[in-house]
Design a protein around this ligand. Structure first.
Ligand code: SF4
Length: 170
């Protein structure tokens, strides 16, 4: 679903220009990215739409991502974008997101925190919380369930399970 939204052709529908996979950047925040869909309305309104597989979440990460896209578009186009939409595959609905001061501050704080991580080459500690981690696309890289174990503990546990599997197959 996400790939279809992202990689499909640009089109003109009822006067609305629909751009897919639009590359964006903000020099002010030091962000680059790609929007799933940006709709350009005849009255000048610009509406970014981000597609998500799941359902609306308890945290604001999706809103932060969408607002970051809007700030990038604002920097590039020189015009204010007041709101956008998140589409969730589970309920097949678009949800309006208003880019208010609080959300914009959250985006700026997140961008600064990412910059700090990059400069220090240190990533934040990963805490496993099933609600957020089980649907996170980074879980295979992040491995939050084992992050608090020592490498030797993780290695021994894996070795033990390999041996048990091997013995079970003999
Ligand atoms: S899997 Fe890692 S990156 Fe994803 S929500 Fe959990 S801690 Fe954060």
């Amino acid at each position: 679903m996400h790939e279809r939204a992202h990689d499909g052709p640009n089109e003109l529908r009822d006067g609305v220009r629909i751009a897919r996979g639009q590359h964006v950047r903000s020099l002010r925040l030091g962000l680059v990215g790609q929007c799933d869909v940006v709709e350009f309305y005849p009255d000048g309104r610009v509406n970014p739409v981000e597609y998500k597989r799941g359902r609306p979440k308890a945290h604001r990460a999706d809103e932060v991502q969408l607002c970051a896209q809007a700030i990038c578009l604002e920097d590039m186009l020189g015009k204010e974008i007041r709101d956008g939409q998140l589409y969730y595959g589970k309920n097949r609905r678009r949800h309006d997101v208003v880019f208010d001061t609080e959300l914009r501050k959250l985006v700026e704080g997140t961008a600064r925190a990412i910059e700090k991580c990059l400069l220090s080459a240190e990533t934040p500690k990963a805490d496993y919380v099933s609600k957020k981690c089980d649907t996170c696309s980074l879980i295979d890289h992040c491995q939050p369930k084992i992050i608090n174990q020592s490498v030797s503990h993780w290695f021994m546990a894996n070795l033990k399970s390999q041996i048990l599997n091997h013995n079970g197959n003999v």
